[in-house]
Write a protein that binds this ligand. Structure first.
Ligand SMILES: C[S@@+](CC[C@H](N)C(=O)[O-])C[C@H]1O[C@@H](n2cnc3c(N)ncnc32)[C@H](O)[C@@H]1O
Length: 284
């Protein structure tokens, strides 16, 4: 099957392994919750009667909500006009910095943030403590190119029916979910080098307490009869995710191996034993 790629190039996105994940997803889903949706690569590639996509990063959620509100043609017009008006290109650092200043100091328009991200280093959403976007320029590499445009166009029809929410996962009311429903959880990984953990994104990082709260939530959903799937790593750079493995064993959940090439993450670790094992844990 041909999967849709999010036009966000979101760090930690699951696009490359979506086919493997979906092998283990339920075939019939009433309500699907993508609890840590990020760039939304998983939600847009899942069929369900109702889809709820949540992320604590309210700025990313507002971009999706703007896409929905404006529709495809007005979105593309806005993007093209803004790029032309500000002279944005992958060579023009000065234009990028001026536009970033404009976004931070006056516009705060979610579509401007999307455009900024397209010209930024590694397409990342990074904010300072004042919630100003502070990712540097993606010189000679990043732009709203033809591939991004094509991905945006292809994603639009799938976005239409998704309900976007921005909450800390512990604050979502999931008590209405039951048998027939499905929750996918792709949290920041405690063991890996993802930059969510460093607290530099203007949002709180991810720590042991969050991990524990997530396991407790998944146990409650299990008791409600809701099916869940949790992405994570069981091993990383020679370390074993003992807490995860114990929790899984204690509750009799199932663990599936997922092939994932972590080269980008391991560039500084030349150790052959430093394996990373991506897994999917399910309660069904
Ligand atoms: C690995 S990424 C998800 C990537 C996504 N599955 C994709 O394919 O693009 C993890 C996400 O969790 C979000 N997050 C971190 N802490 C959170 C929290 N406490 N509640 C909700 N979302 C959170 C981050 O903002 C980030 O977008």
């Amino acid at each position: 099957m041909d999967y849709i790629k999010s036009p966000m190039n979101y760090i930690g996105n699951k696009y490359r392994i979506i086919g493997q994940l979906k092998r283990w997803f339920p075939k019939q889903i009433g309500t699907m919750v993508d609890l840590f949706c990020g760039g939304c690569d998983v939600a847009v590639n899942t069929a369900a009667a109702r889809i709820i996509a949540n992320d604590i990063n309210v700025y990313v959620i507002r971009i999706f909500q703007s896409f929905q509100r404006l529709g495809l043609f007005a979105t593309l017009d806005y993007i093209d006009e803004t790029i032309a008006a500000w002279g944005l290109s992958k060579e023009n650092k000065d234009a990028y910095l001026k536009f970033r200043e404009h976004y931070n100091k006056s516009s705060r328009n979610p579509l401007d943030l999307y455009i900024l991200m397209c010209y930024s280093f590694n397409y990342q959403f990074r904010f300072n403590e004042a919630h100003e976007y502070n990712n540097p320029f993606g010189a000679n590499r990043s732009s709203f190119n033809e591939v991004m445009r094509a991905n945006l166009v292809r994603m639009f029809p799938r976005l239409a029916g998704i309900e976007f929410v921005s909450e800390d996962f512990t604050r979502l009311d999931l008590t209405g979910l039951g048998p027939g429903d499905f929750l996918y959880a792709d949290p920041p990984y405690l063991l890996t080098c993802g930059s969510y953990n460093d607290g530099k994104r203007g949002f709180k990082g991810w720590g042991e307490e969050d991990e524990q709260a997530l396991y407790a939530l998944l146990d409650r959903l299990d008791a409600q009869g809701v099916r869940f799937a949790l992405s994570n790593v069981s091993h990383h750079k020679g370390r074993r995710h003992t807490r995860l493995l114990n929790w899984k064993a204690e509750h009799g959940y199932h663990m599936h191996r997922i092939a994932f090439n972590y080269d980008n993450c391991n560039y500084h670790a030349n150790n052959r034993n430093a394996i990373t094992r991506e897994v999917l844990i399910t309660n069904y």
